[in-house]
Write a protein of this length. Sequence first.
Length: 174
Amino acid sequence: MNVLVIAVHPHMEQSRINKRWLEELKQHRTVTIHDLYAAYPDERIDVGQEQARLEACDRIVLQFPFYWYSSPPLLKKWLDDVLTYGWAYGSSGDKLHGKQFALAVSTGSPEEAYQAGGRNQFSMSELLKPFQATSNLIGTVFIPPFVLHGIHALSEEELSLNAKRYADYVLQPM
Ligand SMILES: Cc1cc2nc3c(=O)[nH]c(=O)nc-3n(C[C@H](O)[C@H](O)[C@H](O)COP(=O)(O)O)c2cc1C
């Protein structure tokens, strides 16, 4: 199984969670990590290369910190540029059909904020629906996201444990 992790963080060097997650994944040879901001500092995405990468994998994992209830902007641009008509969707757009589509998201707010009546009012399941709808349109199988909440209260031990759980999630059997 080939797993492609698209990591999207505009300040990866200052990151605590996403950086730690990638360090853990680097110990696993079957995982390909693609750091979008590092690959495209000018944000000019090589669509052909991205599509080839996607075609070669069985599972796509989009990893990012939650920014304004969504992803950092380069991931939106990547979706706009790479998932083209006739390739990813449309009558002949079947290149990603049957692959798995996963999300790994870190949030500043704690878990209890993400529910009806909580600080953010909505659940992560509701807020991540645009990604699920995208997965639906491109014919991939959406698997339940991996979410780490309330990163500020997390100890080093908890983060280490979480990073191991993340690697298990990324490498779970298909
Ligand atoms: C521009 C910006 C927007 C953010 N928006 C949210 C948000 O909507 N919900 C939330 O829970 N946290 C939000 N945060 C907090 C980040 O999700 C949090 O700092 C990040 O997940 C931590 O991961 P890292 O250590 O890899 O940077 C935001 C942070 C920034 C800088």
